[in-house]
Design a protein around this ligand. Structure first.
Ligand SMILES: [Zn+2]
Ligand SMILES: [Zn+2]
Ligand SMILES: [Zn+2]
Length: 266
């Protein structure tokens, strides 16, 4: 179908509409956590792309390709007194065990199914399969590392995009990330406008630091304000415009779903 006649309600239609309205929609994706799902590697309908760089799925929510890791669908926690290792590539251990029954995820905290009683156990962070570790150079060592790397990759491609166009226009000082981190810690990751507080370390990017006067080189405490992404995006017309990029809309959407109990737009 020709892109210009795509219906708006399809994801590509929406993308096209945003592009027409001048939003940059071809940027690298912001990291978005996925629901854990079972995958059967032996099934021809398995919705998983296996490449030399790892495992990828098409996110059913926004149609974007996201990297995931795999771990065993069932695991004998008592017998091994451990949790399953996670795999980031098609290693021989992965091929040998579990008859292809795995779970795919991209978040540090995952559910593991105990084989003997079918109980689901929440695990904060799995360890990487040693076979995968030796196969992949510089591999993350825990699922928490994996999640961090995914977020960093998304963030750095964002920055590269800015470099091509508007990094200087943003005008932040070199020590800004340190200042911002320190100020957010001071305010305990609580929005000074609506009061929402983010305790989950993986979600603390939802709390941002705003320059009250608009002068981004004035990092004095009285010029700073901790705001959640939603309050920040609405603070004035300039911010409303800045927050209308697709990557930012996805972050906003993620925030609303998690902390406002709203249905997503994408
Ligand atoms: Zn492995
Ligand atoms: Zn807020
Ligand atoms: Zn601001």
């Amino acid at each position: 179908m020709e892109e210009s006649v795509m219906p708006i309600y399809s994801f590509n239609g929406l993308k096209n509409l945003l592009r027409i309205k001048g939003f940059r929609v071809d940027k690298a994706q912001a990291y978005r956590p996925l629901e854990v799902e079972n995958v059967d590697l032996n099934s021809p309908r398995c919705n998983l792309e296996i490449t030399n760089d790892g495992f990828f799925v098409i996110d059913p929510v926004d149609g974007e390709k996201r990297q995931v890791f795999l771990y065993m669908q069932n695991y004998d926690i008592e017998k091994y007194n451990d949790y399953p290792r996670f795999h980031i590539c098609n290693c021989s251990t992965l091929q040998m065990y579990s008859r292809g029954s795995y779970r795919r995820a991209n978040t540090a905290r995952v559910k593991v199914k105990n084989r003997s009683d079918g109980r689901e156990v929440w695990v904060d962070s799995l360890k990487l399969c040693q076979n995968c570790a030796s196969k992949m150079f510089n591999a993350p060592k825990t699922t928490a590392d994996f999640e961090r790397v995914m977020r960093q990759a998304a963030a750095s491609s964002e920055r590269n995009d800015y470099k091509r166009g508007e990094l200087d226009i943003r005008g932040y000082t070199k020590d800004w990330s340190k200042v911002s981190e320190a100020y957010r810690n001071l305010k305990q990751f609580k929005c000074e406008q609506c009061g929402v507080q983010i305790t989950n370390p993986f979600d603390q990017c939802f709390i941002q630091v705003h320059h009250i006067s608009g002068d981004k080189t004035d990092n004095r405490e009285q010029n700073l304000k901790c705001l959640c992404v939603e309050c920040h995006s609405q603070i004035d017309e300039r911010h409303k415009k800045n927050f209308s990029t697709k990557a930012n809309l996805l972050v906003l959407d993620d925030f609303r779903k998690k902390y406002r109990g709203q249905q997503g737009l994408f």
